[in-house]
Every structure is written in C-alpha cells, then in structure tokens.
Write a protein that binds this ligand. Structure first.
Ligand code: ZN
Length: 233
C-alpha cells in the first residue's frame, strides 16, 4: 500500500503536524509525473476552506495552502486533500470542476486517501454544488469507484485508524476548497463551482469566504468580489 511510503505514526505516540512539503514531494513522484517541472509551494494557513490551490499557466508555479485547523487530521486525510489540490492543475482543460478533479485523484490510485479525507470532512454522501451541475464525491461514491484491491486497502486503513464509515446527521456546508487560476494576467477564482474574476491589481490576495443567512460572500484582500446563494442539498 502507498501509505507505507509515507512516514507512519511517530514513535513517542505524540501527534505531529504532517510535513506538507515531504508529502507533496512523494505524491508528485509516485502519481503526478507531469508536475515534476512545476515549482510547488505548500504551506499551512488561516483560510476559510480546507484547502486552497493557486496555479498559473504563465509561470509553472503551484501554491497549495492547507487550513491549519486540520493539522490534527490523520495523515491519510491530509494526503487525500493534497491529492485533490494537485489534481486541479494536473488535468487537461481548465481543471476547475470538482467532480472531475476527484475522478482524476481516483484514476491515479489515490482514491483510498480521498475516501478517508471525505469521511473526516463529514462527507459520507456527495456534496452537491452549483445547483447540481457539479459535486464533491462523498465517501460512499469514492469507495464505489475503487478497485477490489483498493477497497481492501481502504478497509484495512480505516480499521487501523479506528474510523467507522457513518452518515453524518448534519450536512456540512463549509466550502471544501478554493481554486485560483491565472492565465494571461487574469486571475479567476472558483469556490463551490461559482467563478469570479479577481480585479486586476490584487496580486495573490487573501481569500475569505463568509457564509451568512444563506448567502456566501467572497472577499479578496477584504474587498468583496462576489456573492452567491448557499445551495441547500
Ligand atoms: Zn477542489
């Protein structure tokens, strides 16, 4: 199993924050050969989604930020999230669709980590976005797309982690990740399948997503750049 490549639990039993740089390096070497040429920068940050990926078609850079609040997640879940973020810029086409991105992760043999990530993130069922035009696959759908060997590995990993697949009573509307894509000097941001153009002049802005009274407001460097209705699913 691939997890053997990643360091196991620390010997002293204390949990440590996973090293994003090393995990990403291993992921690129085993599953994302086309990203070897890219300059990938990873960091923990205070962001309003689990992950954020920003890449530029102009200069081969990829930045991945992971919410520091999930530093306590088991490493398998962090690997699942990093895989999803790496799969955004790896796809042909725009890479802005979440469902396609999840399928890309699974096609690279990393689906079991994605399944663990979805379970920890409270997504047993699919998280439908963009009024049904796109979705994040939930644990159940990811598992259904795995090969028999991958399912065995997943079940073994889950029992090692003492994780039990269970439907969550409340749906989690927290935005899963945000994507910033730069091309020809124009930055586009996609959140929950909704895209906005970032006003010119804002370079690598701090993105904030605020859910209030059924409305999601997106800010770039404190300036509001768009709003949309929270989709009840
Ligand atoms: Zn995504």
């Amino acid at each position: 199993m691939l997890i053997a490549l990643f360091s196991s639990e620390p010997e002293n039993g204390m949990s440590t924050t996973p090293d994003l740089k090393s995990l990403t390096k291993i992921l690129v070497s085993v599953a994302y050969p086309e990203l070897q040429k890219n300059d990938i920068i990873t960091s923990w940050g205070q962001i309003s989604s689990y992950g954020q990926v920003r890449w530029s078609a102009d200069d081969n850079t990829i930045q991945i930020r992971v919410n520091k609040d999930i530093g306590t997640w088991h490493q398998a879940g962090i690997i699942g999230l990093l895989s999803h973020e790496l799969s955004h810029p790896s796809q042909k086409g725009s890479g802005l669709k979440e469902h396609k991105t999840d399928e890309d992760v699974i096609s690279r043999g990393l689906g079991l980590y994605l399944a663990v990530e979805r379970l920890i993130a409270g997504k047993y069922e699919d998280h439908i976005i963009q009024r049904g035009k796109d979705r994040y696959l939930g644990y159940r759908s990811v598992r259904n797309l795995l090969t028999p060997i991958e399912i065995k590995s997943l079940d073994l990993l889950m029992s090692n982690l003492k994780l039990k697949p269970a439907r969550t009573s409340h749906r989690n509307s927290f935005s899963h990740d945000s994507i910033v894509y730069e091309k020809d000097g124009i930055s586009t941001i996609a959140i929950d399948g909704v895209t906005f153009v970032i006003p010119q002049g804002l370079i690598d802005p701090d993105i904030k997503i605020v859910h209030r009274d059924g409305i999601v407001s997106v800010y770039a460097d404190e300036k509001i750049i768009g709003q949309y209705e929270e989709f009840e699913y």
